[in-house]
Design a protein around this ligand. Structure first.
Ligand SMILES: [Zn+2]
Length: 296
């Protein structure tokens, strides 16, 4: 059982509730929530196996809904790229951590020489074959990439999935060139959506999600790693009605199981929406000047 907050390391943590068999605790100091009894690394590897990305796509009942999901993902990638370009000029080396099958890379490569990393070897194979972009399969911490070689590192909806987020941020810092930036998106436990819905929050999906950061918690972890936070915001996301229905059914369970089918039958699945529940943090941080390294 983990008793200390992964963000600020205090032991002032209390049990909150049990979700999907996982015990969720909250930090009374920084507001981070976390799974106190996380699965083994081996079980996690099982979750992100060959069918992980296929299963996610299968949530979309029709081809129109799948196309709409792809459209929404591309719109999100473009919005993220626009933000990055405010902090890092064009033409510098970018690493997308948790690149999946390469939606963001397919947009980012128009502006930056790109490279991807994902734990899924199948996803990495898709990136290499479909995009012709360099990609590596494996755990960021274990991969032997050259230090100081990236000007931009992105972790979109990744850090909440990993067993040791602190170790991942230290790996990011090692890989960043001086003055390089890291962009992180993840759920925000300070948000009204999280506070009101609690165990039914749409991002409360253990054991896939293991850490639920607050703004303060994530900022503290980054600062401790030698990353200087320069920007925090809640960006809107593009989505479609089919995806929203599938997500709702997934999080709430049987009372809403009929919803995705109803949306599909009514032909509403492909309708695009722009949503901002103000519950997803976007942080941009820059590698600090000193070579101070945190040790555990
Ligand atoms: Zn804390």
């Amino acid at each position: 059982m983990i008793t200390h907050c992964p963000s600020c390391r205090t032991d002032r943590c209390s049990p909150l509730f049990v979700k999907n068999g996982c015990h969720i605790r909250s930090c009374r100091s920084c507001g981070t929530w976390f799974v106190a009894d996380p699965p083994s690394a081996e079980r996690l590897r099982g979750i992100y196996g060959a069918t992980y990305f296929e299963d996610r796509l299968a949530q979309h009942a029709s081809d129109a809904s799948k196309a709409a999901a792809q459209r929404a993902a591309t719109a999100n990638a473009r919005r993220r790229l626009a933000l990055i370009r405010r902090f890092a000029p064009r033409g510098r080396h970018l690493l997308d951590v948790g690149c999946g099958t390469g939606t963001f890379l397919s947009v980012a490569r128009e502006s930056y020489p790109c490279c991807g990393v994902d734990v899924s070897a199948d996803a990495v194979a898709v990136v290499r074959e479909r995009l012709g972009v360099e990609a590596h399969a494996g755990d960021l911490v274990a991969l032997d990439l050259p230090g100081g070689s990236f000007d931009v590192i992105t972790l979109f909806d990744v850090i909440e999935h990993v067993l040791e987020p602190g170790a991942w941020l230290r790996a990011v810092r090692r890989l960043l060139a001086p003055r390089g930036i890291v962009v992180v998106t993840t759920g925000d436990t300070d948000s009204l959506a999280c506070r009101v819905t609690g165990r039914w929050w749409h991002l409360m999906t253990p054991p896939e999600h293991l850490t639920f950061f607050s703004r303060r918690g994530l900022t503290e972890m980054m600062t401790r790693t030698g990353l200087v936070v320069e920007h925090v915001s809640h960006q809107p996301v593009a989505a479609n009605v089919g995806y929203m229905a599938a997500k709702l059914a997934d999080v709430i369970g049987w009372p809403t199981r009929w919803l995705p089918r109803a949306v599909s039958l009514l032909g509403l699945g492909a309708i695009d929406m722009k949503v901002n529940l103000l519950d997803v943090l976007t942080l941009v941080a820059r590698r600090g000047g000193s070579d101070r390294r945190e040790s555990d």
